[in-house]
Design a protein around this ligand. Structure first.
Ligand code: ADP
Length: 523
């Protein structure tokens, strides 16, 4: 024996976990992206603020040095940049090593304020690049430049901004040298570090909160799904069970799903019940003819062999029962096939006008003792999307019944007309009629008002079920109006189509089966 291939069980990850992970990570990533964008923007703002401040300082220094006419030296630069002790008060203890004083320095305050910061240093160079003056020692090389330049530099232990500018004499226009400010931007870096720490801590909190929210939400959303699964499991174990999913309090897609699912279970239940009833009915219907056959065969066995009269009688009765069984089996077959008409004849079309005329003519010929009155209001061809034999079969069932259940007045009216929804055909007789209760049931399988009399007339109680099944398969309707003792009127309503559509469908049907597909086919 070939061993069955072993399928490896796939790893199971509960939906709640997936959902939680997706929601949690989604919120976390969004938060992180926003935070980083904010972080970047803050960094840019702080840098441009710093740049403006340095620019002010630079302008102040340039203005002080620009009156020099020819050459920058230690001697003419230092006094112009030095301030006295009183100006210097604010920066005490910051390590700025300016000496002496200069009361004329109008920019002294602003210059000192900036230079008093331990992370900022200023240096002045001659036009040959020799350092003439510096506020504190910085090992950043001079950037010789013709215009003011700002550079963010991150190299070794240095991480900050370097601003360089040329010094031009305001009197002679001569290039005197360079001024360079080196700013390690410690305050900005500290602020950015603090901001980053806050972002990291808040991101962690956001991750925890979003995971928790995701978990709570997923549990809430998945609750109905768990109850659906439970119900399916119960129905799987016991298909006859009438258990249903409890209605949800909310009104959303999940409650729609629950309603649809319960509806589906109801339909399946009805179908199972119908099938069970059908099987019981069929066996019941077949039991009678089989019992009759058995009785006659026993009779023949005992006495029939020698008694030609019994022989004839029993054989005739048996044959009649066999014929009845044959018709019953054919009708049951018709009924099951009537379910599949949509699939079998999707493009079939027929002309109602012509068909009604033809069927009524046939009946007039077969039943000369009846008067058939056709009230046909149809003008020209009226097209219906239906396989011709099917509508013919339905009309035959209705006309047959009208004949079978007519009493003294042997008159049958057939009318046909179009209306806004399509076309309608009615078959009216003036016979037994139906009680209110029977009227509701005549379309049920095997239903006969008077079983014995109906059997006498060869009825199995399946004709109207077949008719209903066929008409509804083509999206039509069949109904009955009746008064007990006065007669009945059966009405068929069918949707019609325009001649163009009919022609188109006809050509498709012809192309699919060029040799007249309906010629030999039976229902
Ligand atoms: P059957 O083959 O027994 O006629 P149908 O399904 O055609 O089966 O009809 C079901 C039952 O409905 C019949 O047995 C009969 O009692 C009743 N019925 C059908 N048509 C008529 C009618 N035109 N007038 C009165 N009763 C009818």
């Amino acid at each position: 024996m070939i061993p069955e291939p072993q399928t490896k069980p796939r790893r199971r990850l509960p939906l709640a976990v997936k959902w939680t992970a997706v929601v949690g990570v989604g919120i976390f990533v969004t938060f992180l992206v926003f935070s980083l964008v904010l972080y970047g923007a803050t960094g840019r703002i702080l840098r441009s603020q710093e740049q403006r401040t340095l620019q002010d300082t630079l302008s102040a220094v340039e203005q002080r040095l620009s009156p020099i006419a020819s050459k920058l030296t230690v001697d003419n630069v230092t006094p112009l940049l030095e301030v006295d002790g009183s100006d210097y008060q604010t920066s005490a203890g910051t390590g700025v090593s300016l000496v002496g004083g200069n009361d004329e320095s109008v920019f002294a305050d602003s210059v000192i304020q900036k230079l008093s910061r331990a992370d900022v240093s200023l240096a002045v160079y001659s036009n040959k690049g020799i350092e003439l003056y510096s506020t504190r020692s910085e090992d950043q090389p001079l950037v010789k430049t013709k215009t003011t330049t700002y550079k963010m530099i991150k190299k070794g232990s240095f991480n900050g901004m370097i601003v360089s500018a040329p010094i031009v004499s305001s009197t002679t226009g001569k290039h005197l040298g360079y001024v360079q400010i080196t700013d390690r931007m410690q305050a900005t870096h500290a602020t950015m570090r603090r901001l980053m720490n806050m972002i990291l801590i808040l991101s962690g909190v956001a991750l925890l909160v979003s995971l928790l929210m995701g978990f709570i939400m997923s549990r809430r959303f998945l609750k109905p799904i768990r109850s659906i699964t439970k119900t399916i499991a119960v129905v799987n174990d016991e298909p006859q069970s009438d258990v249903r999913i409890p209605q949800l309090k909310q009104n959303d897609e999940l409650s729609d799903l629950v309603n649809e699912f319960n509806g589906m279970l109801d339909r399946i239940q009805r179908f199972i019940d119908q099938q069970a009833v059908f099987v019981t009915d069929v066996s019941h219907e077949l039991r009678t003819p089989v019992a009759i056959l058995e009785g006659h065969l026993q009779l023949l066995n005992r006495w029939g062999k020698d008694d030609p009269e019994v022989l004839d009688e029993s054989l005739a009765a048996s044959l009649q029962e066999v014929t009845r069984m044959k018709s019953l089996i054919q009708e049951m077959l018709d009924l099951t096939r009537a379910d599949q008409v949509d699939v079998q004849f999707p493009n079939a079309v027929l002309d109602l006008n012509q068909l009604v005329e033809q069927v009524v003519n046939d009946f007039t010929m077969i039943h000369p003792d009846f008067v058939f009155i056709l009230d046909n209001d149809l003008q020209g061809p009226v097209w219906v999307r239906m396989y011709r034999n099917h509508l013919e079969q339905v009309l035959i069932i209705l006309l047959d019944n009208a004949v079978k259940y007519s009493t003294t007045r042997k008159e049958i009216h057939v009318s046909a007309a179009t209306n806004t929804d399509g076309a309608a055909i009615a078959v009216q007789d003036f016979g037994e009629g139906l009680s209110n209760e029977d009227r509701q049931r005549v379309f049920n399988r095997f239903y006969r008002v008077d079983k014995a009399r109906s059997r006498e007339k060869g009825g199995n109680g399946l004709g109207l079920s077949i008719a209903q099944q066929l008409i509804e398969s083509y999206h039509g309707e069949i109904s009955v109006d009746s008064a007990l003792g006065h007669g009945s009127s059966f009405r068929i309503d069918l949707p019609t189509i325009t001649p163009d559509v009919a022609e188109h469908l006809q050509s498709i049907a012809d192309a699919q089966a060029p040799e007249n597909p309906f010629k030999d086919s039976q229902l």
